[in-house]
Design a protein around this ligand. Structure first.
Ligand code: EPU
Length: 411
């Protein structure tokens, strides 16, 4: 296993270019299963998660070639069984269910199970499929969705933490080939859902309202091949912006959509932006919410920054129940944080000192890298395979900004 060795205390300076969005790419890659014609997706970030999704497409019978950020897929003949070993490794693989159900009227997928950030059920995905007329059976750890035909319906996808991003993607994809009109109510409004709808429309689907809580899909008989460019990754953007602030640096972020990050940046310019610290940082309270609220995927990184800011900041996590695994690791660097139910109380302003720490999930890893960049001395972040799932060449990008960060074999 690999680790990052970071010599902290240096300000990040220069320019960084943001990669395509992982969470837009994964469902869009799955959507290529909806047609037997060739599709070309550009701007796909080279990550272990996208490589893995390409493998899943191949395992289902598609031809897929992934080179220099461009993925070409032709799903001429496919089958509907996604194996336990595949789904177990990446929860996002659940989004092949909608396309398989739409095209084959049959999807058999291992139940994804929980992960370190929370229980992560798929009840809302299944409820949406049932509303479209699918029969759902769960046996032997697999969920089997079958339908003689899918029929347009009203599917309400609101859950206890708001809507569901991949659930909305799944139901939207399943409805593209259904008979008649489907209305998704309480749909997720995330930009990744809009990107998927744009790709599906380019394939000949008839979708309106994506980006709002009500999405209308009028079923069509067939979808065709299409080309698409993935949107920039808003979470990678937030991560570099926070890292710039945490190291008291000055970073120009290129290929980004600040309008996708209003809750993080409070800014709306498009294209590129420069992040520079103001004279004094102030403690703030942050609550994660569905889009356009503060993203749960930037919560851990924000916590690292707030440990450096004098005063008390309260971070409340409203999307995933146990997404505070980074707290005990930040404590190893000297941060003072207490967990009270869904909130973390950060007593900020104490200097951070380097230490060995362990990454537990993708965003927690990014938080530890930020803290390591800001800390005095050397930080070793272990198990960075989590980070490689969702950040393209993060160490290379950080080195270009002047960081002292090396990838080494874990001892
Ligand atoms: N939920 C249910 N039932 C469901 C589905 C979800 O109760 O059927 C709950 C979840 O337990 C959670 C909440 O609804 O409390 C939101 O979960 P959601 O379904 O929106 O999450 P997801 O679609 O599985 C995507 C991203 C996550 C990101 C979340 C929230 C992908 C591949 N994953 O997951 O990304 O945190 O939306 O924005 O798009 C990451 O990139 O680090 C990551 C975890």
């Amino acid at each position: 296993m690999e680790s990052f060795l970071i010599k902290g205390g240096l300000p990040l300076r220069g320019e960084v270019t943001i990669s395509g969005s992982k969470n837009a790419a994964l469902p869009i890659m799955a959507a290529t299963l909806l047609t037997d014609e060739p599709c070309v997706i550009r701007g796909v970030p080279d990550l272990s998660d996208t490589q893995f999704m390409a493998l899943i497409l191949k395992s289902l019978g598609a031809e897929a070639k992934f080179e220099n950020g461009t993925l070409s897929v032709r799903a001429k003949k496919i089958h509907g069984h996604a194996d336990y070993e595949l789904v177990r490794k990446m929860r996002g693989s659940i989004c092949v269910a909608g396309p398989l159900l739409a095209r084959l009227h049959k999807a058999e997928i291992s139940l994804p199970g929980g992960c370190v950030i929370g229980a992560r059920p798929i009840n809302l995905h299944l409820k949406g499929f049932e509303s479209l007329g699918a029969k759902i059976e769960i046996a032997g750890g697999y969920v089997r969705a079958t339908a003689k035909k899918l029929t347009g319906c009203t599917a309400f996808l609101g859950g206890r933490a708001g809507s569901t991003v991949l659930g909305t993607a799944n139901v939207m994809m399943a409805a593209t080939l259904a008979d008649g009109q489907t209305v998704i109510e309480s749909a997720a409004c995330e930009p990744e859902v809009v990107d998927l709808a744009n790709f599906l429309n380019a394939m000949g689907a008839n979708i309106s309202g994506a980006g709002s809580p009500t999405i209308t899909i009028t079923g069509v008989a067939k979808l065709h091949g299409a080309e698409h460019q993935i949107i920039p990754d808003r979470i990678e953007t937030a991560t570099f912006a926070i890292a710039a602030a945490a190291t008291n640096g000055e970073v120009t972020i290129k290929n980004c959509r600040p309008d996708h990050l209003r809750a993080v940046l409070d800014k709306q310019r498009a294209g590129s932006m420069t992040i520079r610290r103001g004279k004094k940082l102030a403690a703030v309270d942050v609550t994660t919410l569905p889009y356009s609220g503060f993203p749960t995927d930037a919560q851990a990184q924000m916590m690292s920054l707030l440990t450096l800011v004098p005063g008390i900041s309260i971070i409340t996590e409203r999307i995933f129940e146990s997404r505070f695994m980074h707290v005990s690791e930040l404590a190893r660097l000297g941060a003072e944080i207490e967990i009270e139910g869904p909130s973390a109380i950060v007593k900020g302003g104490r200097p951070l000192n380097g230490a060995p720490v362990m990454a537990s999930d993708l965003r927690a890893s990014a938080a530890l890298v930020i803290a390591g960049l800001a800390a005095k001395g050397q930080t070793q972040v272990n198990r960075i395979y989590h980070l490689d799932r969702g950040y393209e060449k993060m160490d290379v990008k950080l080195r270009k900004l002047g960081a002292k960060i090396q990838r080494v074999e874990e001892k």
